[in-house]
Design a binder for this molecule. Sequence first.
Ligand code: MN
Length: 285
Amino acid sequence: MKICRFDDNRLGIVEGTVVRDVSAALDCLPRHGYPLPNYDPLIANLPQLRARIEAVAPHCRTRPLADIRLLSPIANPGKIIAAPVNYKKHLDEARAQPQIHHDSQVAEIQRIGLFLKANSSLVGPAEGIALQHPDRRNDHEAEVVVVIGKSGRNIGRAEASDYIAGYCIGLDMTVRGPEERSLRKSIDTYSVLGPWLVTADEIADSANLDFWLTVNDEARQRANTRDLIIGIPELIEFASSFYTLHPGDVIFTGTPEGVGPVLPGDRIVVELQGVGRMEVAVRSE
Ligand code: MN
């Protein structure tokens, strides 16, 4: 199932070129008062929600995908975890270009580990990217994103697939410079998630997915998840050895070679095999 959020927090399922508005199914989610939970309630209740969606869908109208505004498919992730340098060829290009590494830690992911991006940086594709420091280099990083489906700690790689709700496309936008990654990558709008959540049952092998990125139709990045240095099950093992993972936590799995600058007015398109196509506009702040 391809589940999206759109317009004014409506819930949809994507069927080819149309979206079926299944917002009526949201009535099965628990209502939360203060304090809010530290996980995403929609993902935490995904099995019940899917059953409810299937029950209401025949009575729900459809709209063309082209006419809706896509929001982040995860509204309230507890945390956004990201893998820094997780493709060998990107490690090589980062080491070769001082304007990418700025003497910051650029080393094997096994040594430098993971980092966190602020939840306030999260947007959906229709919201676009607002460049904050236009005098500095702002790069696109296309990434496969895995969405955690249930809570766990010290999850072994062999059982990691049990903890995956689904997959999205991510853009880990980055100001290059000497500061900590969490500062440079947590600017408002610098974490784009979309175009929708594809549930795990639709992805037969997440270790063999092609994805690519263009800027104004110019090819920039192209890779396959088979080239990840630390694969998705190992990332879940690694992350959960430091943090308890909760439903709706997202893991940006790292970007391949071909990162490059974007400018206001640019149009980024990312496609991920089995998931779909995400289009994002870049503007000045
Ligand atoms: Mn990244």
